[in-house]
Design a binder for this molecule. Structure first.
Ligand code: HEM
Length: 141
């Protein structure tokens, strides 16, 4: 497991604060992007009429990613466990981290010129760490 990195966490937080300044709640944009990348995954949310599951999932995923780079002991295991849980309701394990790719695309687009090298490196590092937790190798993006 990778060492805690407060600098990485700070860059992720900075990018999420800037995203919130630009978009407010980015939930709709994140799922729109996910369904652009993988239209076949949209029916999995058919039962989520209020959008509360999508909101909760994004919130939990972001908290877990921040805790992953802060070195919180639970984060690595939660990602691996959620990947297994999700396979049971139809999310192919190899596509589990696609949700994180959708998050990065929305943050990058929202930040525009403020998407600097430090923020880009922080998101690449957290994709790699999440992919390592899933046993699917470095996040290639
Ligand atoms: C393409 C990738 C993904 C898809 C299609 C997906 C889909 C879903 C769906 C359909 C549910 C609702 C399940 C139900 O009916 O109970 C759900 C719940 C959840 N997902 Fe995902 N998921 C993805 C990736 C992730 C990732 C990367 C994380 C976190 C690292 C995550 C964390 C969660 C959590 C915590 C819940 C429970 C939310 C609640 O308590 O309501 N998911 N996911």
């Amino acid at each position: 497991m990778e060492a805690p990195d407060a600098g990485l966490a700070a860059e992720l937080e900075r990018s999420l604060e800037l995203t919130a300044e630009r978009l407010g709640d980015p939930t709709a944009q994140v799922y729109r992007r996910l369904f652009e990348l993988a239209p076949d995954l949209e029916p999995l949310f058919a039962g989520d009429r209020s959008g509360s599951v999508r909101g909760e999932m994004l919130q939990r995923a972001l908290e877990t990613l921040l805790d992953l780079v802060r070195g919180a002991p639970y984060a690595h295991g939660l990602i691996a466990t959620e990947q297994i849980n999700h396979a049971q309701f139809g999310v192919p394990p190899a596509r589990f981290t696609l949700f994180l790719v959708a998050v990065v695309d929305v943050v990058r687009d929202a930040l525009g010129a403020q998407w600097d090298a430090a923020i880009a490196a922080a998101w690449q590092a957290v994709l790699d760490r999440a992919a390592a937790a899933c046993g699917t190798g470095p996040g290639a993006r």
